[in-house]
Design a protein around this ligand. Sequence first.
Ligand code: SAH
Length: 396
Amino acid sequence: MNATIHLLAGKEKSLKRLHPWVFSGAIGKVKGNPQSGDTVAVHSADGDWLGYAAWSPQSQIRARIWSFQQNDSIDAAFFLARISAAKALRDSLSIASDAYRLVAAESDQLPGVTIDKYDQWLVCQLLSAGAERWRDAIVAALRELYPDCAIFERSDVDVRKKEGLPPVVQLLHDNGSGLPPATLWIEENGLQLGVDLQQGHKTGYYLDQRDSRQAMRRYSAGKRVLNAFSYTGGFGLYAAAAGASEVVNLDVSAPALAQAADNHERNGFATEQLTNMQLDVFEALRKFHHQGERFDVIVLDPPKFVDSKANLMNACRGYKDINRLAVMLLKPGGTLLTFSCSGLLSGELFQKVVADACLDAKRPMHIIEHLFQSADHPVRTNFPESLYLKGYVLRG
Ligand code: SAH
């Protein structure tokens, strides 16, 4: 028998709009003794049934809704159905890559569950108590839908701490290949990219920027390109493919830059075209400025600067700083592709920060393109938090 939680009066409003999170402060009574990850029935103060949720006793997000349908049962068949639906969406998208996000957590109505598909490898991140509880069902569903694929878990992510869960990295299903290779080659928009599923960032690669990397081709022919926060050089590789005269990748990670060099070579691009610099971007942009370096095209794709509402303003100063410096480094008529993957920073505020950066650089520009996370990272209408990655292309 499921445990039941009753919300305080008025706290059912967001759930009635199908938003899947129940915060600790919304909870009135807990009946039964749910354990971490157990399924609970959520009721309003008036006793209306609202949804089935996973119980997260240690998290401020105390319960996450699996289903708003009372006749659902949360079991292995439920996970198979949800993952099948996620697969059907991806299969319909004509994604020009053999690597993409198969399951995007709340956007696929599977809070805490992220699954990326890299060719024959499925890489899972189980980030909530509920996801942890249903690991076996998730693996069974993946094996049924993708009988030839190996399944690897990369739950070595800080947010698990908030759920009281330890980091986990393990092979969940061996298809005969053993552990993932040190470098798995994938093809994205016709380019070869090496990915390290065991040690790479996230599940190995920034799949969410695929469409924006493709957009990069439009701006790069014959240009001198600076790719700041390059990771394994994705944006730079597309620039090289489009005929950039020079590509400079900047990152603090030595393994990422080594992979960037391998990627460039693997695609048959000229060695002289590429320079990799292991430097802090904040310092490097200042140094370039003092040296009088100028670029035709600059990409700024920093990591998430905003990790809590408390540091939003501080993070905005960081975004403004790098954008101001980048604008100052642009040749006249140059192009800046600037991104923020901080979900807590709205597109509106990000645009304001970029506008302020242009103003401080005494160089108002045109926004000529808006960019977002790729379609395999869909935004669920009742979960606006799922829109986290936004970018602008500026010219001037
Ligand atoms: N544009 C990349 C993804 C960038 S992710 C792609 O398309 O794949 C952000 C990168 O910023 C990471 O590789 C990280 O190593 C790097 N990074 C973080 N802080 C940095 C800093 N201060 N200076 C330089 N690189 C930094």
